[in-house]
Write a protein that binds this ligand. Structure first.
Ligand code: HEM
Length: 476
């Protein structure tokens, strides 16, 4: 069997510098990958970010890695991620346990389950956009706050983002009273007072993943673990209140606790029950996995639309039609989500072009072969998704933003915006729902322009514009 080709670069740092410098450009790791693929082929080794890594690309590699048949690979988290997310996060489990946790935790994220949050997201989108005209909006930052608020509402946890965004809260309250379906009472408001604290903790947790792995005061990782413990203490108190029948609220956590939590003593062996640790680890997992990705997707979408006025016009037309054909009321309805075929293509093209998660990281759980090379158990194996999304044979002129690429069904494994196989994104419906609602009001009511032209990208795992995409917004 042949040796895997590639270069390990310099001692200790390996090829990290060229990897990181390409990573921060608009085309991301594409150049890094392309150079090496031309020299070595579709499978090559490297040493980046302190790890010996085998990179692979192409639909063939995806077909082998993503279905993860017979427990061949597991998800490969960094040490910091493993420690912060906890041992029962479904990102850390494999096989049947992974499937069971995923089934229980992701249940409220089904299309049916999401109907409960439709009205809330509708109002949140309207009120958020309503505050933007006439001022500079750092889109990434604002979307991030709103995303968190939305998650919190569902997840439980928190309610008023008073500390973070009193304005949104106040205006939401007004809108809420104008819609009889949507109740927002004082009890709920009181319940939500912890929001500011949770948001602060969440931000610390998020920034601890890309830290040095030392539990020493002052290091981001140490602060992340502490913030995680504070958040878990809040969750403990909510879980115990709910278990005692206090603070009843029809939300995401409520549904998980009512359906799945084990008795407080942990007794019972019901397959459909979760321990408190499993609940907490996985609520945090959903928050971490869903927050930055959706924020980034919305930001890229705004940027690509602004840079492609023809696409924006076509999108506006789709949404104006929906609005014009609406018989009752002025707000988007759930059934109108099915009348947005072009919007769906714009979302897919955004995820292709931005490739928010540029590579999927796996660890070989056993020896296996790929493309004539032997992969050994324990090796880190990364699927380079950027190259798959920019393969000119599947996507001609790959740098062009062109939603019509999705007019016809694509070959399996050529578009991996939400992944594929047992690890495919369980938040796909929620993400699409949120983005579609947001686009509807945006396209019908506003225009915007970027305040600066800067294509650099933050060097974080989830790709986001470095300048936070500053824009000015005007009502149409
Ligand atoms: C536009 C927004 C989103 C994008 C582009 C996205 C993308 C992805 C991708 C590509 C994967 C597969 C990664 C891999 O195979 O290594 C994934 C997994 C995952 N996503 Fe998302 N996601 C988004 C939104 C969300 C939301 C809203 C949630 C939660 C509510 C979420 C939760 C997760 C979780 C928990 C996993 C891991 C699944 C597992 O290991 O079984 N994502 N996501």
């Amino acid at each position: 069997m042949e040796q895997i080709p590639g270069s390990m670069g310099w001692p200790i740092v390996g090829e990290s510098f060229s990897f990181l410098s390409d990573f921060s450009s608009l085309s991301g790791i594409y150049n890094f990958m392309k150079k090496r693929q031309q020299r070595y082929g579709k499978v090559f080794k490297s040493s980046v970010l302190g790890r010996f890594t085998v990179f692979m690309t192409g639909r063939e590699a995806s077909k082998i890695l993503l279905p993860g048949k017979d427990g061949m690979v597991s998800l490969n988290l960094f040490y910091t991620g493993k420690q912060v997310l906890g041992p029962t996060s479904f990102l850390q489990t494999t096989g049947e346990m992974h499937q069971r946790l995923r089934r229980l935790i992701a249940e409220p994220l089904s299309l049916d389950g999401l109907k409960n949050y439709f009205q809330f997201i509708n109002m949140l989108a309207i009120q958020t956009l309503d505050q933007w005209p006439g001022r500079t909006v750092f889109f990434l930052e604002e979307a991030s706050t709103v995303e968190f608020w939305l998650f919190s509402q569902k997840n439980i946890i928190l309610p008023s983002l008073n500390a973070v965004s009193g304005k949104i809260n106040k205006s939401l309250n007004i809108a809420v009273h104008s819609q009889s379906e949507w109740k927002y009472d004082n009890e709920l408001r009181a319940h939500w007072r912890g929001a500011g604290k949770v948001w602060a903790n969440f931000k610390i947790i998020s920034s601890s993943f890309a830290s040095l792995p030392f539990k020493i005061p002052g290091i981001a990782f140490y602060r992340g673990i502490q913030a995680r413990d504070r958040m878990y203490a809040m969750l403990d108190s909510i879980i115990s209140k709910r278990r005692n029948g206090e603070g009843f609220q029809q939300d995401f956590l409520e549904s998980l606790i009512m359906k799945h939590s084990k008795a407080a003593d942990g007794g019972g062996d019901d397959e459909n029950k979760l321990t408190d640790t499993q609940l907490k680890d996985n609520i945090l997992t959903l928050l971490v996995a869903g927050h930055d990705t959706t924020t980034a997707a919305l930001t890229w979408l705004m940027k690509f639309l602004e840079e492609n006025p023809d696409v924006l016009e076509q999108l506006r037309e789709e949404h104006r039609q929906i609005q014009a054909n609406r018989k009752d009321g002025e707000y988007l309805t759930c059934s109108e989500l099915n009348k947005m075929p072009f919007t769906a293509k714009v979302i897919s093209e955004t995820l292709r072009r931005a490739t928010i998660l540029p590579w999927f990281s796996r660890k070989a759980a056993q020896d296996f072969e790929i493309d004539g090379y032997k992969i050994k158990k324990g090796w880190s194996v990364n699927l380079d998704v950027v190259s798959i999304h920019h393969d000119p044979e599947v996507f001609p002129d790959p740098q062009k933003f062109d939603p019509s690429r999705f007019d016809e069904p694509l070959k399996p494994f050529s578009f991996l915006g939400f992944g594929s196989g047992p690890r495919m994104c369980p938040g796909i419906n929620l993400a699409k729902l949120e983005i579609s609602i947001f686009i509807h009001y945006l396209a019908c009511r506003y225009r915007w322009s970027a305040l600066e032209k800067d294509d650099s990208v933050q060097p974080t795992l989830v790709r986001m514009p470095k300048n936070k995409y500053p824009i000015v917004v005007e009502s149409l």
